[in-house]
Write a protein that binds this ligand. Structure first.
Ligand SMILES: [Zn+2]
Ligand SMILES: [Zn+2]
Length: 280
């Protein structure tokens, strides 16, 4: 059986305050655990620091990150990941190939160094291994991973991970098509079809989307439509807008759950969800 734990559920920027305390204020980071396999971490937002605290001190720590894209809200947790301070840590990062040919490793080395960060990334003791992927199918241990480019702002991947008949899809930042007609790019459909759990961008209300239709994100209604169209079993609303309060998020999640033909919940920081197979 697989389980996922949400360490950061926000988009754009961390937002810790009284009225976001319940759902949490850290940016995108979700860990996936399958029995006997290395942990998979979706994205490196500020939630990564809290995952790091859980596993810090583990001898010969080995984990695999599936990184959707390089925006700050998905990468700014990396230098605060405590296992990187240990020489017996191996951290593999699968990240999207860049169209300009620049390597992802080079881009991280450029970003994490003085004067933007006190220590250059190459001075961290851990082994960091980068793999660049696009529309690919590969394995991590006994887990099958599918990566596909999806519409967002800049090169962005979504991921589908299957293990022992159970499937989790992570589609964090996903541009909803402009206009009233919903549609789905082939790559995104490849990821979502009949997943047991779909973690999907749900940043905007319909009114917000009208103002921010080109910002690279989705509405709750679109996330629901994708889940229903692809016959997923469970939908986690994710990448919450930093301005969304606990009260409004609660209300929206209830409304979507009442209207949807699939099981729906709003992802909450600190929560662990068991992933049950569709055929169970
Ligand atoms: Zn984002
Ligand atoms: Zn983004």
């Amino acid at each position: 059986m697989m389980s996922v734990t949400f360490h950061g559920v926000r988009g754009s920027t961390p937002c810790h305050c009284d009225d976001t305390r319940h759902f949490g204020g850290n940016t995108s980071c979700v860990s996936l655990h399958a029995e006997g396999e290395v942990p998979i971490i979706f994205d490196l937002g500020t939630g990564l620091r809290y995952f790091g605290k859980r596993v810090n001190g583990t001898a010969k720590f080995h984990a695999v990150c599936l990184l959707t894209h390089l925006h700050y809200d998905h990468t700014m947790g990396l230098p605060f990941f405590e296992p990187l301070l240990r020489a017996d840590t191996t951290f593999e990062i699968y990240a999207p190939k860049q169209p300009d040919g620049r390597s992802v490793k080079e881009l991280f080395l450029e970003k994490i160094k003085p004067p933007m960060f006190p220590i250059p990334l190459e001075q961290f003791a851990a082994s960091l291994v980068f793999h660049e992927v696009g529309d690919d199918d590969f394995t991590v241990g006994n887990m099958q991973v599918r990566s596909r480019y999806v519409p967002h702002v800049g090169p962005t991947l979504g991921f589908r991970v299957s293990h022992a008949g159970t499937t989790v899809t992570y589609l964090s930042d996903h541009q909803q098509p402009a206009g009233d007609e919903f549609s789905l790019a082939d790559g995104a459909r490849d990821l979502c079809e009949e997943a047991d759990l779909l973690i999907h961008d749900a940043q905007f209300t319909a009114a917000e989307f009208e103002q921010k239709a080109s910002w690279g994100h989705s509405t709750y209604a679109y996330a629901q439509w994708v889940a229903e169209t692809c016959r997923v079993k469970r939908l986690a609303l994710f990448h919450h807008d930093p301005s969304r309060t606990d009260a409004s998020l609660d209300m929206i999640a209830k409304d979507v759950a009442a209207a949807a033909s699939v099981d729906v919940f709003a992802a909450r920081e600190g929560e662990t969800v068991d992933v049950v197979t569709c055929s169970a």
